[in-house]
Design a protein around this ligand. Sequence first.
Ligand code: ASP
Length: 326
Amino acid sequence: MRNVCLITTGGTIASKLEPASGHVTASVTGAELRAGLHDPLDGITVTIEEFCNVGSYAIDLPLGFALARRIGEVLQDPACDGVVVTHGTDTMEESAYMADLLVQSDKPIVFTGAQYAADEPNPDGPRNIANAIRLAASQNASGLGAVVCFEQEFHAARDVTKSHTSRVDTFISAEHGKLGEVDGDRIIVHRRPVLRRNYRAEAVEQGVELIKLVMGSSDRFIRFAAENGARAIVIEGFGRGNATPAVTAAAIDAVKSGIPVVMTSRCQRGRVKPIYGSGGGKSLAEGGVIFAGDLSGPKARVLVSVLLGMGLDTDRLRKEIEYLGG
Ligand code: ASP
């Protein structure tokens, strides 16, 4: 018999339409989610823990951190073989990456959710939970870190992203592909994530801003963040990691004032690399901006919040980001 703990946090998978307000809100309990599974899950016992019941657009860095801590505590129980976390899809990739960075365990950590609410006809939630439980119960999934399991596929927390606002096959790992799939009672692992590190943090830093660039972006957001308490700034820049001349100057000024600035790309695939001068990536790198490989902006922000929460200085921050960025 394998034992899986189902930790619930809310999201569409636990949401229903409230007729009076016309709002879809998280209200379904963990026991109701468990009772809604059609799969008998032979040989697996499931215990339920309700962590919170909110849409994941309301989950912030400290709550994501508390969730990662709780997952770690639950996995310390020798009787627990793996954890499934039900979570809204909007920020699932960020909570999953937080858990990947912070949970010290080789046991499976599987995040799942749904695009259809629990009271819609034919919702995707029950099959996603059942597949996630099978994955969390499987020894094949040990050592993969935190994964997102959705529509029979599972993805590394580092690489996965929500790619579609409403379709059930929303989660993709655009650059590196899925880790594997759940096919009934078979778990097939195609690859194992290599760029992983575990950290021990007592808190995360909330003051990490992510700023996305568009053609002609002004320096206003960067300068405002730098002058109003940001502890670090992540930029989602152009292509290989370029910025407008105004943003480049503001980013270099922020670095000079002691605020780490990290460059990622608004492209879905590929690495940032300092190449171009005249205000491009080379100028940014020469000014001390850290390049984050092919980590997305949201993942780089989670990583920076963990590293600053540990009190790392900018040199250590750079080393960790450059390693995990690939
Ligand atoms: N659309 C979201 C979901 O799929 C809402 C949320 O993230 O909670 O769960």
